[in-house]
Design a protein around this ligand. Sequence first.
Ligand SMILES: Nc1ncnc2c1ncn2[C@@H]1O[C@H](COP(=O)(O)OP(=O)(O)O)[C@@H](O)[C@H]1O
Ligand SMILES: [Mg+2]
Ligand SMILES: [Zn+2]
Length: 283
Amino acid sequence: MSEKAENTRDAQRPGEDEKSWKERVAVNQTLDKITNKLMVFSGKGGVGKSTVAANLAVSLAQSGQRVGLLDIDFHGPSIPKLLGVTDKRMDITEDNTALPVIGPSGVKIVSIGFLLPDLDQATIWRGPLKMGVFKQLLGQTEWGELDWLIIDSPPGTGDEPLSVAQTIVGTKGLLVTTPQQIATDDVRRSIGFARKLGMELVGMIENMSGMVCPHCGERIDVFKGGGGKAMAAEVGVRFLGRVPLDPAAVEAGDDGRPVVAAMPDSPTGKALLEAFGPIITSA
Ligand SMILES: Nc1ncnc2c1ncn2[C@@H]1O[C@H](COP(=O)(O)OP(=O)(O)O)[C@@H](O)[C@H]1O
Ligand SMILES: [Mg+2]
Ligand SMILES: [Zn+2]
Protein backbone atom coordinates (compact mmCIF):
# COMPACT_ATOMS: atom_id res chain seq x y z
CA MET A 1 0.00 0.00 0.00
CA SER A 2 1.33 3.48 -0.80
CA GLU A 3 2.18 5.79 2.06
CA LYS A 4 -0.54 8.19 0.98
CA ALA A 5 -3.25 5.52 0.95
CA GLU A 6 -2.12 4.33 4.35
CA ASN A 7 -2.25 7.85 5.75
CA THR A 8 -5.75 8.32 4.41
CA ARG A 9 -6.83 5.02 5.85
CA ASP A 10 -5.35 5.69 9.28
CA ALA A 11 -6.34 9.36 9.50
CA GLN A 12 -9.31 10.50 11.55
CA ARG A 13 -12.34 10.80 9.31
CA PRO A 14 -14.73 13.72 9.31
CA GLY A 15 -17.39 13.12 11.95
CA GLU A 16 -15.48 10.23 13.53
CA ASP A 17 -14.97 10.57 17.27
CA GLU A 18 -11.54 9.88 18.77
CA LYS A 19 -12.46 6.55 20.34
CA SER A 20 -13.98 5.09 17.18
CA TRP A 21 -11.00 6.33 15.17
CA LYS A 22 -8.47 4.66 17.51
CA GLU A 23 -10.51 1.44 17.52
CA ARG A 24 -10.68 1.41 13.75
CA VAL A 25 -6.93 1.95 13.35
CA ALA A 26 -6.18 -0.78 15.91
CA VAL A 27 -8.47 -3.20 14.08
CA ASN A 28 -6.84 -2.40 10.72
CA GLN A 29 -3.34 -2.87 12.15
CA THR A 30 -4.31 -6.24 13.59
CA LEU A 31 -5.93 -7.39 10.37
CA ASP A 32 -2.90 -6.35 8.30
CA LYS A 33 -0.89 -9.15 9.92
CA ILE A 34 -3.44 -11.81 8.97
CA THR A 35 -3.33 -13.22 5.45
CA ASN A 36 -6.77 -14.87 5.23
CA LYS A 37 -9.91 -14.05 7.14
CA LEU A 38 -12.83 -16.44 6.91
CA MET A 39 -16.19 -15.96 8.58
CA VAL A 40 -18.23 -19.12 9.14
CA PHE A 41 -21.88 -18.17 9.00
CA SER A 42 -25.35 -19.69 8.85
CA GLY A 43 -28.93 -18.60 8.50
CA LYS A 44 -29.89 -20.22 11.79
CA GLY A 45 -28.25 -21.48 14.99
CA GLY A 46 -27.81 -25.15 15.78
CA VAL A 47 -26.71 -26.17 12.28
CA GLY A 48 -23.07 -26.89 13.18
CA LYS A 49 -21.44 -23.52 12.55
CA SER A 50 -19.20 -23.72 15.61
CA THR A 51 -18.42 -27.38 14.94
CA VAL A 52 -17.29 -26.49 11.41
CA ALA A 53 -15.31 -23.45 12.61
CA ALA A 54 -13.48 -25.46 15.31
CA ASN A 55 -12.71 -28.39 13.01
CA LEU A 56 -11.57 -26.11 10.18
CA ALA A 57 -9.23 -24.20 12.49
CA VAL A 58 -7.68 -27.42 13.76
CA SER A 59 -7.42 -28.89 10.23
CA LEU A 60 -5.59 -25.80 8.97
CA ALA A 61 -3.25 -25.92 11.96
CA GLN A 62 -2.62 -29.63 11.39
CA SER A 63 -1.58 -28.74 7.83
CA GLY A 64 1.13 -26.51 9.28
CA GLN A 65 -0.55 -23.09 9.01
CA ARG A 66 -0.73 -20.45 11.74
CA VAL A 67 -4.35 -20.15 12.81
CA GLY A 68 -6.44 -17.93 15.05
CA LEU A 69 -10.05 -18.66 15.97
CA LEU A 70 -12.26 -15.77 17.02
CA ASP A 71 -15.53 -16.76 18.66
CA ILE A 72 -17.78 -13.76 18.49
CA ASP A 73 -21.09 -15.58 18.91
CA PHE A 74 -22.64 -13.64 21.78
CA HIS A 75 -25.64 -15.95 21.80
CA GLY A 76 -23.70 -19.09 22.56
CA PRO A 77 -19.91 -18.94 22.61
CA SER A 78 -19.24 -22.68 22.31
CA ILE A 79 -15.67 -22.75 20.97
CA PRO A 80 -13.99 -23.11 24.41
CA LYS A 81 -16.09 -26.24 25.05
CA LEU A 82 -15.55 -27.70 21.57
CA LEU A 83 -11.79 -27.31 21.94
CA GLY A 84 -11.53 -28.32 25.59
CA VAL A 85 -10.30 -25.00 27.00
CA THR A 86 -13.23 -23.93 29.19
CA ASP A 87 -10.99 -23.74 32.26
CA LYS A 88 -8.56 -21.31 30.62
CA ARG A 89 -8.64 -17.52 30.48
CA MET A 90 -6.90 -15.00 28.22
CA ASP A 91 -4.01 -13.20 29.87
CA ILE A 92 -4.15 -9.42 29.66
CA THR A 93 -0.82 -7.61 29.35
CA GLU A 94 0.07 -4.31 31.07
CA ASP A 95 -0.78 -2.30 27.97
CA ASN A 96 -4.24 -3.89 27.93
CA THR A 97 -3.66 -6.41 25.16
CA ALA A 98 -5.29 -9.83 25.30
CA LEU A 99 -3.19 -12.95 24.69
CA PRO A 100 -5.15 -15.76 23.02
CA VAL A 101 -5.55 -19.11 24.74
CA ILE A 102 -3.51 -21.80 22.97
CA GLY A 103 -5.75 -24.71 21.99
CA PRO A 104 -5.33 -28.05 20.17
CA SER A 105 -2.64 -28.07 17.43
CA GLY A 106 -1.59 -24.59 18.56
CA VAL A 107 -4.77 -22.80 17.43
CA LYS A 108 -4.92 -19.37 19.06
CA ILE A 109 -8.37 -18.92 20.57
CA VAL A 110 -10.16 -15.73 21.53
CA SER A 111 -13.73 -16.19 22.71
CA ILE A 112 -16.41 -14.02 24.13
CA GLY A 113 -16.88 -17.04 26.46
CA PHE A 114 -13.57 -16.32 28.20
CA LEU A 115 -15.01 -12.99 29.34
CA LEU A 116 -18.02 -14.50 31.07
CA PRO A 117 -17.79 -15.75 34.66
CA ASP A 118 -19.75 -18.87 33.76
CA LEU A 119 -19.56 -20.15 30.21
CA ASP A 120 -23.07 -21.56 30.33
CA GLN A 121 -24.55 -18.41 31.74
CA ALA A 122 -27.00 -16.70 29.43
CA THR A 123 -25.76 -13.16 29.27
CA ILE A 124 -27.77 -10.26 28.04
CA TRP A 125 -25.65 -7.94 25.98
CA ARG A 126 -26.86 -4.61 24.74
CA GLY A 127 -26.14 -3.89 21.07
CA PRO A 128 -23.58 -1.07 21.44
CA LEU A 129 -21.80 -2.99 24.23
CA LYS A 130 -21.52 -6.00 21.96
CA MET A 131 -19.91 -3.98 19.18
CA GLY A 132 -17.52 -2.31 21.64
CA VAL A 133 -16.40 -5.67 23.05
CA PHE A 134 -16.11 -7.12 19.57
CA LYS A 135 -13.89 -4.28 18.33
CA GLN A 136 -11.71 -4.51 21.42
CA LEU A 137 -11.31 -8.26 21.01
CA LEU A 138 -10.36 -7.75 17.41
CA GLY A 139 -8.08 -4.73 17.80
CA GLN A 140 -6.49 -5.41 21.18
CA THR A 141 -5.50 -9.04 20.76
CA GLU A 142 -1.91 -10.05 20.21
CA TRP A 143 -2.52 -12.55 17.43
CA GLY A 144 0.94 -12.14 15.97
CA GLU A 145 1.29 -13.11 12.33
CA LEU A 146 -1.40 -15.49 11.16
CA ASP A 147 -2.11 -17.33 7.93
CA TRP A 148 -5.77 -17.65 8.90
CA LEU A 149 -8.29 -16.07 11.20
CA ILE A 150 -11.44 -18.18 11.39
CA ILE A 151 -14.43 -16.32 12.79
CA ASP A 152 -17.40 -18.04 14.43
CA SER A 153 -20.01 -15.35 13.93
CA PRO A 154 -23.45 -14.80 15.43
CA PRO A 155 -26.12 -16.79 13.54
CA GLY A 156 -28.52 -15.23 11.08
CA THR A 157 -28.42 -12.43 8.60
CA GLY A 158 -29.24 -9.54 10.94
CA ASP A 159 -27.31 -6.55 12.24
CA GLU A 160 -24.73 -8.49 14.22
CA PRO A 161 -23.16 -10.70 11.56
CA LEU A 162 -23.47 -7.69 9.27
CA SER A 163 -21.34 -5.44 11.47
CA VAL A 164 -18.84 -8.24 12.05
CA ALA A 165 -18.43 -8.73 8.32
CA GLN A 166 -18.19 -4.99 7.71
CA THR A 167 -15.56 -4.48 10.41
CA ILE A 168 -13.36 -7.37 9.30
CA VAL A 169 -12.41 -5.87 5.98
CA GLY A 170 -11.82 -8.42 3.24
CA THR A 171 -13.25 -11.37 5.11
CA LYS A 172 -14.52 -14.25 3.02
CA GLY A 173 -17.50 -16.37 3.98
CA LEU A 174 -18.15 -20.07 4.48
CA LEU A 175 -21.83 -20.98 4.65
CA VAL A 176 -22.97 -23.88 6.82
CA THR A 177 -26.42 -25.25 6.29
CA THR A 178 -28.54 -28.40 6.81
CA PRO A 179 -30.94 -30.36 4.58
CA GLN A 180 -33.85 -28.79 6.50
CA GLN A 181 -32.64 -25.28 5.68
CA ILE A 182 -32.04 -26.15 2.07
CA ALA A 183 -35.72 -27.04 1.86
CA THR A 184 -36.66 -23.48 2.91
CA ASP A 185 -35.55 -20.13 1.48
CA ASP A 186 -33.01 -19.74 4.27
CA VAL A 187 -30.03 -20.49 2.07
CA ARG A 188 -31.09 -17.94 -0.52
CA ARG A 189 -31.39 -15.34 2.24
CA SER A 190 -27.88 -16.16 3.49
CA ILE A 191 -26.42 -15.92 0.00
CA GLY A 192 -28.23 -12.62 -0.50
CA PHE A 193 -26.69 -11.35 2.73
CA ALA A 194 -23.18 -12.21 1.51
CA ARG A 195 -23.75 -10.70 -1.94
CA LYS A 196 -25.12 -7.47 -0.49
CA LEU A 197 -21.92 -7.15 1.56
CA GLY A 198 -19.71 -7.98 -1.40
CA MET A 199 -18.36 -10.87 0.68
CA GLU A 200 -16.71 -13.54 -1.43
CA LEU A 201 -17.93 -17.03 -0.57
CA VAL A 202 -15.43 -19.91 -0.47
CA GLY A 203 -18.31 -22.35 -0.48
CA MET A 204 -21.14 -24.08 1.27
CA ILE A 205 -21.17 -27.15 3.55
CA GLU A 206 -24.30 -29.24 4.07
CA ASN A 207 -24.05 -30.51 7.64
CA MET A 208 -26.15 -33.19 9.37
CA SER A 209 -26.78 -34.67 5.96
CA GLY A 210 -27.46 -38.37 6.48
CA MET A 211 -26.09 -40.07 9.57
CA VAL A 212 -23.53 -42.55 10.77
CA CYS A 213 -25.01 -45.83 12.02
CA PRO A 214 -24.19 -46.17 15.72
CA HIS A 215 -23.99 -49.96 15.31
CA CYS A 216 -21.72 -50.49 12.34
CA GLY A 217 -20.29 -47.02 11.71
CA GLU A 218 -21.48 -46.97 8.08
CA ARG A 219 -23.01 -43.87 6.56
CA ILE A 220 -26.81 -43.98 6.11
CA ASP A 221 -28.62 -41.54 3.85
CA VAL A 222 -31.87 -40.87 5.63
CA PHE A 223 -33.23 -38.75 2.83
CA LYS A 224 -32.28 -38.81 -0.78
CA GLY A 225 -29.25 -36.53 -1.00
CA GLY A 226 -28.34 -33.94 -3.59
CA GLY A 227 -30.49 -31.01 -2.45
CA GLY A 228 -27.56 -28.96 -1.26
CA LYS A 229 -25.47 -29.56 -4.34
CA ALA A 230 -28.32 -28.58 -6.65
CA MET A 231 -29.07 -25.49 -4.59
CA ALA A 232 -25.41 -24.46 -4.56
CA ALA A 233 -25.21 -24.80 -8.33
CA GLU A 234 -28.38 -22.76 -8.70
CA VAL A 235 -27.06 -19.87 -6.61
CA GLY A 236 -23.54 -20.11 -8.05
CA VAL A 237 -21.70 -21.14 -4.89
CA ARG A 238 -19.09 -23.88 -4.66
CA PHE A 239 -20.49 -26.97 -2.93
CA LEU A 240 -17.84 -28.29 -0.55
CA GLY A 241 -19.59 -31.40 0.67
CA ARG A 242 -22.12 -33.22 2.83
CA VAL A 243 -21.20 -34.04 6.41
CA PRO A 244 -23.19 -36.79 8.14
CA LEU A 245 -24.53 -36.60 11.66
CA ASP A 246 -22.50 -38.83 13.94
CA PRO A 247 -23.50 -39.47 17.56
CA ALA A 248 -19.86 -40.34 18.31
CA ALA A 249 -18.84 -36.93 17.00
CA VAL A 250 -21.08 -35.28 19.56
CA GLU A 251 -19.22 -37.12 22.30
CA ALA A 252 -15.87 -36.09 20.87
CA GLY A 253 -17.13 -32.50 20.79
CA ASP A 254 -18.34 -32.75 24.38
CA ASP A 255 -14.88 -33.95 25.41
CA GLY A 256 -13.28 -30.96 23.69
CA ARG A 257 -11.78 -33.12 20.95
CA PRO A 258 -12.70 -32.03 17.43
CA VAL A 259 -13.58 -34.91 15.09
CA VAL A 260 -10.79 -34.15 12.60
CA ALA A 261 -8.27 -34.75 15.39
CA ALA A 262 -10.04 -37.43 17.45
CA MET A 263 -11.59 -39.52 14.65
CA PRO A 264 -10.19 -38.38 11.28
CA ASP A 265 -11.02 -41.73 9.65
CA SER A 266 -14.68 -41.79 10.71
CA PRO A 267 -17.22 -40.89 7.99
CA THR A 268 -17.80 -37.49 9.62
CA GLY A 269 -14.08 -36.81 10.07
CA LYS A 270 -13.39 -37.76 6.46
CA ALA A 271 -16.29 -35.70 5.14
CA LEU A 272 -15.11 -32.62 7.04
CA LEU A 273 -11.51 -33.00 5.87
CA GLU A 274 -12.68 -33.50 2.30
CA ALA A 275 -14.89 -30.40 2.46
CA PHE A 276 -12.00 -28.36 3.87
CA GLY A 277 -9.58 -29.57 1.19
CA PRO A 278 -10.02 -26.65 -1.24
CA ILE A 279 -9.77 -24.13 1.62
CA ILE A 280 -6.64 -25.73 3.10
CA THR A 281 -4.85 -25.74 -0.24
CA SER A 282 -6.02 -22.24 -1.24
CA ALA A 283 -3.59 -20.30 0.95
N1 LIG B 1 -22.01 -33.57 11.90
C1 LIG B 1 -22.42 -33.62 13.18
N2 LIG B 1 -22.64 -34.81 13.79
C2 LIG B 1 -23.09 -34.85 15.05
N3 LIG B 1 -23.35 -33.79 15.81
C3 LIG B 1 -23.15 -32.57 15.26
C4 LIG B 1 -22.67 -32.42 13.93
N4 LIG B 1 -22.57 -31.09 13.68
C5 LIG B 1 -22.97 -30.47 14.81
N5 LIG B 1 -23.32 -31.35 15.77
C6 LIG B 1 -23.85 -31.08 17.11
O1 LIG B 1 -24.99 -30.24 16.98
C7 LIG B 1 -25.03 -29.26 18.00
C8 LIG B 1 -25.04 -27.85 17.36
O2 LIG B 1 -23.80 -27.66 16.70
P1 LIG B 1 -23.03 -26.28 16.80
O3 LIG B 1 -21.76 -26.43 16.05
O4 LIG B 1 -22.93 -25.82 18.21
O5 LIG B 1 -24.06 -25.37 15.98
P2 LIG B 1 -24.17 -23.77 15.82
O6 LIG B 1 -22.83 -23.19 16.12
O7 LIG B 1 -24.59 -23.57 14.41
O8 LIG B 1 -25.23 -23.32 16.78
C9 LIG B 1 -23.82 -29.53 18.88
O9 LIG B 1 -24.21 -30.30 19.98
C10 LIG B 1 -22.88 -30.32 17.98
O10 LIG B 1 -22.05 -31.20 18.72
MG1 LIG C 1 -22.31 -21.85 17.63
ZN1 LIG D 1 -25.38 -50.13 10.75
